[in-house]
Design a protein around this ligand. Structure first.
Ligand SMILES: [Mg+2]
Length: 371
């Protein structure tokens, strides 16, 4: 295959409900949709789901645009490749910038699957026909509002609840949720908001039978997490700290976590996500699929990777109607009874609605191979 054209579209969609984490509040999201076209006339789509601010990771929407436009696209346009390993080899000199790399790589997986007329999950080695879907709830200043929202999602059939926590919004909130929902699988995500000095607070969370505590300590730490895990009964799950299969190996070898959140964007694409999955599966370490509130294109890629056998915990991949009134793909990705069907049509299994994308596009750029 050879990429003859890459189009970047900066697309803004409003959120149905504002989302608050320990570090930021969002009312709409701007993601870059990457459209690739091959010399055989095959088109693939990817999504670069970076936050606009550098509060989750160092990347932002604008750094992704810069890296895609000025480095990644020129490095792959006009080059021949037959496997994703060969494709990613074209830009192996680019360090970091995982979200930017993931957007381009995802589009190439979609194009590769479509050119072979196979569903993406089949290329990845997926075995599930549906994935179990949980919801992730942001920090709500009013706990009653949070409890009402949880009740609503449980009524819709979601099978696991994840709460964002932060200092001052942790033990009491979790206690009230646990009192209201004694049996629901429950986990919390701190997005790096604590330090080892908070051990006493974090130990109190052991009382609530949580599935896991996600990324309690620094975004770039493994060592302190190993010390914390030794003092907690609840499994630690690492998110922000894991950028590669090598990071996952080090974290597991050191005992820094017992679960890993696999996020396609954070790992620079589906290939590295699969490598982390394969390693954890071999070691018997459970994984689940995290998300970045993707639009339908990135969400479809999450569904495909979450169909692999080691994804034994419900993930954050929920129906897109939870976030967006109208998504930019057809059919929309919906959770029914807490599960999302893994589509069997070629490629990612969804078709971008180009009119809808155009209506929400803030900026676009089309690149071709240098003559
Ligand atoms: Mg997280």
């Amino acid at each position: 295959m050879r990429l003859d054209q890459i189009t970047l579209n900066l697309v803004r969609l409003p959120l149905v409900h504002p989302f608050q984490t320990s570090s930021s509040r969002k009312e709409h999201l701007e993601h870059i949709l990457v459209r690739v076209a091959t010399d055989d006339g095959v088109v693939g789509w990817g999504e670069c789901a970076s936050p606009a601010d550098p509060f989750y990771c160092p990347e932002t929407t604008e750094t992704c645009w810069h890296i895609l436009h000025d480095f990644l696209a020129p490095m792959v346009l006009g080059r021949k490749w037959t496997t994703i390993e060969e494709l990613t080899g074209c830009y192996r000199l680019v360090k970091g910038n995982a979200f930017a790399r993931a957007g381009l790589e995802m589009a190439c997986w979609d194009a590769l699957a479509r050119s072979q007329e196979k569903p993406l999950h089949e290329l990845l080695g997926g075995t599930r026909t549906e994935i179990l879907s949980g919801v992730s709830l942001g920090i709500e200043p009013d706990v009653e509002v949070l409890l009402d929202r949880i009740g609503q999602f449980l009524d819709e059939g979601y099978r696991r609840i994840k709460l964002k926590i932060g200092p001052g919004h942790d033990v009491d909130v979790v206690r009230r949720v646990r009192q209201r929902c004694p049996a629901i699988p429950l986990q919390v995500d701190a997005n790096s908001a604590y330090t080892l000095a908070d051990l006493a607070t974090l130990k109190q969370l052991d009382a609530f039978d949580l599935l896991l505590i996600e990324q309690p300590l620094a975004h770039d730490d493994i060592i302190d997490h190993a010390r914390l895990q030794a003092g907690l009964m609840t499994p630690i799950c690492l998110d922000e700290s894991i950028h590669s299969a090598a990071d996952a190996r080090k974290a597991l070898d050191l005992g820094a976590c017992r679960v890993i959140n696999i996020k396609v964007s954070r790992l620079g694409g589906l290939l590295e996500a699969k490598r982390v999955h394969d390693q954890c599966h071999t070691r018997g370490v459970p994984v689940w699929c995290g998300g970045m509130h993707e639009f339908g294109i990135g969400r479809a890629a999450n569904v495909a990777i979450a169909s692999l056998p080691g994804f034994t915990l419900p993930g954050d991949v929920s129906g897109s109607d939870k976030y967006y009134r109208r998504d930019i793909v057809d059919p929309p990705i919906l959770a029914v009874g807490g599960a999302i069907a893994v589509p069997d049509s070629p490629g990612s299994g969804v078709e971008p609605v180009e009119d809808e994308i155009r209506a929400h596009t803030l900026r676009t750029a089309t690149l071709h191979p240098k003559a």
